[in-house]
Design a binder for this molecule. Structure first.
Ligand SMILES: Cc1cc2nc3c(=O)[nH]c(=O)nc-3n(C[C@H](O)[C@H](O)[C@H](O)COP(=O)(O)O)c2cc1C
Length: 179
């Protein structure tokens, strides 16, 4: 399978089969997270595995978008460990005193994990719609740990279907510009 074939196989799964994710498959996905590049190789990703009834109940209190996934990975950054720059212009006329690549790092990690899971026949959903304070409180996250996103993982339910949005990729002419 070439890379774009794998990329085309991925779609956001919002209904899961109760079948648990095998430990060896989880290990493979976590290895993909370990291999992901990060700014200055600082490796600030901190990954929390949520699959006990208790942990899943806690995450479902923070978001309705954990759905019925048997496994949710809570992807966080140890923000102080991430590469950052002083006084960076981030947009025309907007300067940030401290500019960190923590979110980029963890996003790359999440993408690696999604595609590794896809290769194994698993479905995933990248979730940013949650209440961060509920996550902090429920999991007693240490100081300096910032949740960046959740990744639902599991086998798609037999009748699960991609949403309409999955088929709405813009043409390259709207996305790519030669300067
Ligand atoms: C950064 C990011 C955040 C997202 N957050 C959510 C979310 O909170 N809830 C959700 O249902 N989908 C979420 N998604 C999934 C997108 O809606 C989905 O990838 C997009 O609509 C394309 O559909 P597809 O993944 O099926 O190809 C997120 C995706 C990304 C990359």
């Amino acid at each position: 399978m070439d890379f774009n074939e794998l990329a085309r196989l991925r779609w956001s799964v919002r209904d899961y089969d109760p079948r648990p994710v095998e430990q060896e498959k989880l290990d493979y996905i976590l290895e993909a997270a370990r291999l992901a590049p990060t700014g200055a190789n600082r490796q600030p990703q901190r990954i929390y595995v949520l699959r006990s009834e208790e942990a899943l109940a806690k995450v479902r209190a923070a978001t309705r978008m954990a759905y019925n996934a048997p496994l949710v990975l809570m992807l966080c950054a140890e923000v102080g460990a991430a590469w950052h720059n002083q006084r960076e212009t981030v947009m025309h006329g907007t300067v940030e005193d401290v500019y960190s690549v923590a979110e980029m790092d963890v996003s790359i990690v999440c993408d690696h994990m999604q595609l590794a899971a896809t290769e194994l026949g698993l479905g995933t959903l990248w979730v940013r719609g949650y209440d961060t304070q509920v996550l902090f409180d429920a999991f007693e996250l240490p100081e300096g740990i910032m949740p960046i996103c959740l990744l639902d993982v599991g086998y798609p339910a037999a009748d699960a279907q991609p949403s309409k949005m999955h088929f709405e990729s813009k043409p390259l002419e709207e996305l790519v510009f030669e300067l």
